[in-house]
Design a protein around this ligand. Structure first.
Ligand code: IZC
Ligand code: ZN
Length: 409
């Protein structure tokens, strides 16, 4: 006797499970089974496929003709931070750009100030609200970066908040040390980078990855290489904020350093993009950020996919350059602005997002964690199409219903 059967599923969306990320045309393939059911026992998938009479269970969930997919994975967020930066919205409207705000001591450095002032408890309570909303939107795996402490005490404080969230919420988290996220006010960039490299020994026990913001006015390619080599030597797999604004060659560096992902890539070079084909580095695209910064040029997702790259999508949720924790919104922007197909988008926010953070998530094969969403939508193409709202009806984490859409009171 199994624990639960989900019956009456109009269609079941099944991304393909592989031991490497899906690339190029593989991303346009999605197994969709109509008239389906899912059998769950001990928090794991026992069966996900065409409806049959061959299983019994203690409990039944009626999907009422809705569709089901694996829960979504958000592989790039800055969810743990203090305060907010709504005043920057007006500055940006007046034409002051993101890097100029940072140069003037605002931007990331403003959030650093607010994060340093905040207690562990205050950071936890704030991030908990976002995590709750992410779960309500069908996301059950989240990568979370530090990077607003820029010193030992506060970077570790952020990582510990992230770890406490993972313990207390029905969500799997990956924790990334992003010490070199900005240069603290008055600091010398080389001296600061050396401090962050020294810190790797300590943070490697509480982090899954090491990340760096490689950008004009932040860290150079040579500095990023030095940091990534140090992290790799200590056994901490690397990620990089690469080629977001200026084409510095961050993508090439990511591939050279065997990064698990290279993120942003709006300004990535043709050479870099063509190198993705022969690497398992996942290109994590963040079109919500391009949208929020009001830029016209989006990452070249089509060029990457047509050249056999592995592509993923994330919110980049942060208080400055992308203030949304709704991954469904990003799916819509990916359809509209990155010209990705619905199948590519679904693979990008499930199986490939999981590969971008080394998580065994995003699929529904026998033995997988029973992390899934019942979507109130007629088909999978509908979700990126009807944008800006939440289509999640029921969210199941490890076989347990953790969210059900409330009705009107
Ligand atoms: O707080 O502005 N790009 N880091 C790199 C960010 C955006 C976060 C922020
Ligand atoms: Zn980021």
């Amino acid at each position: 006797m199994n624990d639960t059967i989900i019956r009456n599923i109009k269609s079941l969306i099944l991304p393909k499970k592989t031991d490497r990320p899906l690339k190029g045309h593989e991303m346009d393939e999605l197994n969709i089974i109509d008239d389906a059911m899912v059998v769950i026992d001990s928090g794991e998938i026992v069966y996900a496929g065409a409806a049959t009479d061959g299983y019994e269970s203690e409990e039944t969930i009626d999907a009422s003709g809705m569709i089901v997919s694996p829960a979504l994975v958000d592989p790039h967020t800055h969810v743990v931070h203090g305060g907010s930066r709504e005043h920057e919205m007006a500055l940006k409207r007046q034409g002051v750009d993101y890097l100029t705000i940072l140069e003037k001591g605002g931007g990331i450095l403003n959030t650093v100030e607010q994060t340093r002032k905040a207690t562990h408890e205050a950071l936890f309570d704030k991030a908990a609200k976002n995590i709750t909303r992410m779960i309500q939107h069908g996301v059950l795996t989240v990568e979370s970066k530090s990077g607003y402490g820029l010193d030992r005490e506060n970077e570790i404080k952020q990582l510990n908040v992230s770890r406490e969230i993972a313990e207390k919420f029905p969500i799997e988290m990956k924790h990334t040390f992003l010490g070199p996220h900005a240069i603290p006010r008055g600091a010398d960039s080389e001296t600061f980078l050396n401090e962050m490299i020294e810190l790797l020994d300590e943070v490697k026990d509480v982090s899954d990855f090491a990340d760096i913001f490689c950008e004009t006015g932040v860290f150079t390619i040579d500095q990023s290489r030095r940091y990534m080599e140090a992290a790799n030597e200590k056994g901490l797999r690397v990620k990089i904020h690469a080629d977001e604004i200026d084409p510095l060659g961050g993508l090439e560096l990511a591939i050279e350093q065997n990064a698990i992902s290279a993120d942003h890539l709006v300004a990535a070079s043709e050479t870099g993009k063509s190198m993705l084909k022969d690497s398992d580095t996942v290109a994590v695209l963040l079109p919500g950020t391009t949208f929020y910064l009001g830029k016209d040029k989006f990452a070249d997702a089509r060029g990457m996919l047509d050249n056999d790259a592995a592509v993923s999508l994330a919110t980049d949720y942060n208080p400055g350059s992308c203030v949304t924790d709704n991954l469904q919104m990003i799916m819509a922007i990916a359809g509209l602005k990155l010209k990705m197909t619905p199948n590519e988008i679904w693979n990008a926010v499930t199986v490939n997002a999981a590969h971008a953070i080394g998580a065994d998530r995003g699929t529904m094969e026998e033995g997988d964690a029973a992390n899934l969403v019942i979507w109130d939508a007629p088909n999978h193409e509908y979700i990126p199409y009807h944008y800006g709202v939440n289509h999640a009806h029921t969210v199941v984490a490890d076989g347990r219903v953790v969210y059900e859409r409330p009705g009107l009171l």
